[in-house]
Design a protein around this ligand. Structure first.
Ligand code: ATP
Ligand code: MG
Length: 440
């Protein structure tokens, strides 16, 4: 019988890879929570109308990428392709936007029916943040600086560029849209087929085209800066000033228009040239009109989402993942025969309680001493702790260095404890940042 395989574009995340994801997620969670952001967990399934009304009918996501189906009661539902729409829906539904500001974050899988390739999947994970009720550019700066901080912690900051643009007010955008369509229409037949379609549906996205001939044509197109409204221009200047004062380099890229309809004013992308065509690792911007568009009171809002798989691919390409992340086990504890299993179980519990963060695996499954030691080695642990008759009688433990030379020592409980505390501390240490000297 033919074995059943996973659905195309929906990769399994095996243990070796999930440890790396945790490393990344932990860093993001720590940073977001250090800035006072609170987690919101949202359903994977929403009414289809939510995305049609927020993301926009003419976008790639809604027009061709959604997993939409009719459930058993005849309702049209969709696996969420992104997190912002559901977040706004939930905030409105529970009154979280009434007379208050919110700083929220979320993490989890998103679903888009795309052509799978490296860095592009049909199920992929995002970590995102959304802020509501803040009008000024200070919050835009906070979000952008927060992401820059994350790249620094992950050690990928040298390989990423912050690209910034403003889309202005909806009115300015509409006026520009008309001007752009008028300007592009004479070139219609020279545009690539996607751009021809977008000319009617989503003309701003043509600016984002990767097709060489199309890019040549748009090089001379009217500039949005000539249509930008004064308030949006002031907002953008404010943001630029804050980023400059924070020492954060960026480039203004008028081609950044984002695929989604709901953006206004600030839009940004963090890009890298190390991942080929899937070079955007994080994208975000302001969507001041969305809450009202979904039936709420007008509420300024801004957010970002990063693609976990792409950030990880980048960290791996740069060899930035610390070795300790891949070590599932620090210490392997074994007795030399089954008589001492209870003593080993007790010691394991004791050490785990005394050494926070220690990963101590206990030998299970019996076997001869040699076979047990072989398993200790295969576990990837740094140290094997060996309990035998002599050790138990003397209240001591034999400690074998599994990686460095295989040296074996007999240690007292106190000496062992000190060594394990050091080992666990080294694992849990925040990666030293550039410019900081690593602590002793
Ligand atoms: P792209 O232009 O690459 O399709 P997008 O504009 O559709 O990206 P967003 O909707 O802004 O992407 O999503 C935010 C981030 O989520 C992207 O910058 C990317 O890192 C990640 N992402 C989007 N789609 C996918 C996917 N199919 N597979 C993996 N990551 C994705
Ligand atoms: Mg896309």
């Amino acid at each position: 019988m033919k074995k059943i395989q996973s659905v195309r574009g929906m990769p399994d995340v095996l243990p070796a890879s999930s440890a790396r994801r945790q490393w990344l997620e932990n860093a993001a969670r720590r940073l977001l929570q250090a800035c006072g952001y609170r987690e919101i967990r949202l359903p994977l399934l929403e009414h289809t109308a939510l995305f049609a009304r927020s993301v926009g009918e003419s976008t790639d996501i809604v027009s061709k990428e959604m997993y939409t189906f009719t459930d058993r009661s005849g309702d049209s539902v969709t696996l969420r392709p992104e997190g912002t729409a559901g977040c706004v829906r939930a905030c409105e539904e529970h009154g979280l936007l009434y007379n208050q500001t919110q700083r929220l974050w979320y993490a989890g899988p998103m679903f888009r029916y795309e052509r799978p390739q490296k860095g592009r999947y049909r199920q992929f994970e995002q970590i995102g943040a959304e802020c509501f009720g803040f009008e000024g550019p200070d919050i835009d700066a906070e979000l952008i600086i927060l992401t820059a901080e994350l790249w620094r912690e992950l050690g990928v900051d040298d390989a990423v560029t912050l690209e910034l643009n403003t889309l202005g007010s909806p009115e300015a955008r509409a006026a520009y849209r008309d001007a752009l369509v008028a300007w592009l229409t004479p070139y219609r037949d020279d545009l690539d087929p996607d751009s021809q379609r977008r000319l009617l549906q989503n003309p701003l996205r043509i600016l984002d085209s990767k097709v060489a001939r199309t890019r040549e044509i748009i090089a001379d197109a009217p500039s949005f800066m000539d249509y930008l409204d004064a308030d949006s221009a002031a907002h953008f200047e404010g943001l630029e000033g804050l980023l400059e004062n924070a020492g954060l380099p960026y480039v203004v890229n008028p081609r950044i228009v984002r695929g989604l309809d709901y953006y206004t004013r600030t839009v940004f992308e963090w890009t890298t040239d190390r991942l080929g065509a899937q070079g955007t690792i994080c994208a975000g911007g302001r969507y001041d009109g969305l809450v009202a568009q979904l039936g709420g009171r007008p509420t300024p809002a801004v957010g970002f989402a990063m693609g976990i798989e792409r950030v990880l691919l980048l960290a791996e390409a740069l060899d930035a993942v610390p070795a300790s992340v891949d070590r599932a086990v620090d210490v392997y504890l074994l007795s030399l025969d089954d008589v001492h299993t209870s003593a080993a179980l007790a010691l394991a519990r004791e050490l785990r309680a005394q050494v926070p963060g220690l990963r101590l695996q206990l030998h299970c499954g019996g076997g001869k001493p040699k076979a047990r030691l072989k398993r200790a080695d295969a576990s990837g642990a740094e140290l094997a702790l060996i309990l035998g008759e002599d050790e138990l009688a003397g209240g001591k433990v034999s400690v074998k260095a599994l990686r460095a030379g295989g040296e074996q020592r007999v240690m007292t409980r106190d000496g062992l404890l000190k060594e394990l505390l050091q080992l666990a501390a080294a694992r849990n240490e925040r990666p030293a940042m550039k410019g900081e000297t690593a602590s002793e």
